[in-house]
Design a protein around this ligand. Structure first.
Ligand SMILES: Cc1cc2nc3c(=O)[nH]c(=O)nc-3n(C[C@H](O)[C@H](O)[C@H](O)COP(=O)(O)OP(=O)(O)OC[C@H]3O[C@@H](n4cnc5c(N)ncnc54)[C@H](O)[C@@H]3O)c2cc1C
Length: 364
């Protein structure tokens, strides 16, 4: 049995920031990461990030990931176990994990779940044909492994992920037949949409996929227009000759471990699904278990990093570390989160958090 003060499950931006924050206050930390490398979604993000300098705006996602990994490596209080998947959190506080075929037991004093999110799928005929991918999988294939998924792509979803991955496909020499979006407006930043439109790619709002077709793999897709009630309009079908259909239709918080640990969860559409109920310092209804990042509500890497820091400080403080400084650090992180959520995109999150906490006022 491995004993540790703070166990962090997930080595993405939230988990790595939680680790540094807790270890900087003096706590000993173990990070479990199921992939071969920590960094989470950042390892495949080759584009420059927007936002504030405090959250590394202007740097590329993978560069931010490298900075966070380096910070953890330099800190003697932090151990990172890669290729290690957390399997369960039990009533007695023991966490089990699988590492290189071995079953391990860990006994932490505090747990921070920072497992991120999984990609959503949509239902349409033949959606199990080879050639149908999630946008995150396409990013991993191209930007981590250097492999293009095909020659001609239909992108479903015009949020930031759909737009960014489309542009990266174009940079890799892949043709985008169209980006379709069910809602009447483009969800992503217009700066991304404009770049794509200038390159001649149609972005068709109020459109959906009717079906994919192909013998052994995708050979094409039928799309059509939607009316104001989101119903397909007969006679508006178009047949697109594509060998890849890429779904960028949202993410769901990866909360299985929280369910299993008996945390109370609530369905909040604005936070993208079932999320654990937690207090302002990100401690859930299960005492000593915190959440941070996309698992507590899908947002962006910037807020995941700040939430990670807040959870790390709070977990360490509850163990008696940082008595003189932790309250001030917590207040700073809360102020940063409020600032990040003050724009139009952040308002949705604020509304979701208000619903989650059953409050008239948001506590970020
Ligand atoms: C395709 C795509 C493009 C995006 N583009 C942008 C962008 O341009 N700008 C932006 O700000 N945000 C972007 N995001 C969102 C951003 O990446 C996430 O909000 C951010 O990475 C969330 O951080 P996280 O640490 O919560 O989760 P993640 O980065 O997903 O990290 C979670 C980590 O936990 C690990 N894990 C999960 N379960 C277990 C387990 N049981 N045991 C051990 N490890 C586990 C995972 O392997 C992963 O490494 C994008 C997301 C996607 C999917």
């Amino acid at each position: 049995m491995k004993e540790i003060e703070i166990l962090i499950i997930g080595g993405g931006p939230a988990g790595l920031c939680a680790a540094s924050a807790a270890a900087n206050l003096g706590a000993t930390v173990l990070v479990l990461e199921r992939d071969g490398e920590p960094g989470g979604q950042l390892v495949k993000q080759t584009h420059k990030f927007f936002g504030s300098k405090k959250q590394y705006a202007g740097d590329r996602g993978y560069q931010i990931g490298n900075l966070l990994i380096e910070e953890c490596k330099k800190n003697p209080n932090i151990e990172v176990w890669t290729d290690t998947t957390a399997l369960g959190v039990y009533e007695d506080g023991v966490v089990t994990a699988e590492r290189q075929g071995k079953h391990l037991k860990i006994e932490p004093k505090k747990i921070i779940v920072a497992t991120g999110a999984s990609e959503k799928m949509i239902a349409f005929p033949n959606n199990d044909l080879p050639g149908i991918y999630g946008a995150g999988a396409v990013q991993t294939l191209m930007n981590v492994h250097g492999i293009v998924p095909g020659q001609r792509v239909l992108m479903i979803g015009a949020g930031n992920i759909g737009l960014i991955v489309s542009y990266q496909l174009m940079q890799a020499g892949v043709e985008i037949a169209a980006i379709i979006e069910a809602s009447p407006t483009i969800g992503g930043y217009l700066v991304h949409a404009s770049k794509i439109r200038r390159a001649g790619v149609p972005i068709l709002t109020s459109h959906t996929i009717v079906e994919a077709y192909g013998q052994e793999s995708v050979e094409g897709a039928i799309i059509c227009r939607l009316d104001e009630n989101w119903q397909q309009i007969p006679g508006t079908e178009q047949d697109l000759n594509v060998d890849v259909i890429c779904l960028a239709v949202g993410l769901s918080p990866l909360t299985e471990l929280c369910f299993q640990a008996d945390c109370q969860l609530k369905y909040i559409a604005e936070l993208s699904g079932h999320v654990p109920i937690r207090n302002e310092y990100l401690e859930t209804t299960r005492t000593d278990l915190y959440v941070a990042g996309d698992v507590s509500g899908v947002e962006e890497a910037s807020s995941a990093m700040v939430e990670g820091r807040l959870a790390g400080i709070s977990a360490a403080y509850s163990l008696g570390y940082g008595a003189g400084v932790a309250p001030q650090l917590q207040a700073e992180a809360l102020a940063e989160l409020s600032e990040l959520r003050s724009g139009p995109a952040g308002q949705k999150t604020v509304k979701g958090i208000m619903k989650l906490m059953d409050k008239g006022e948001a506590v970020c």
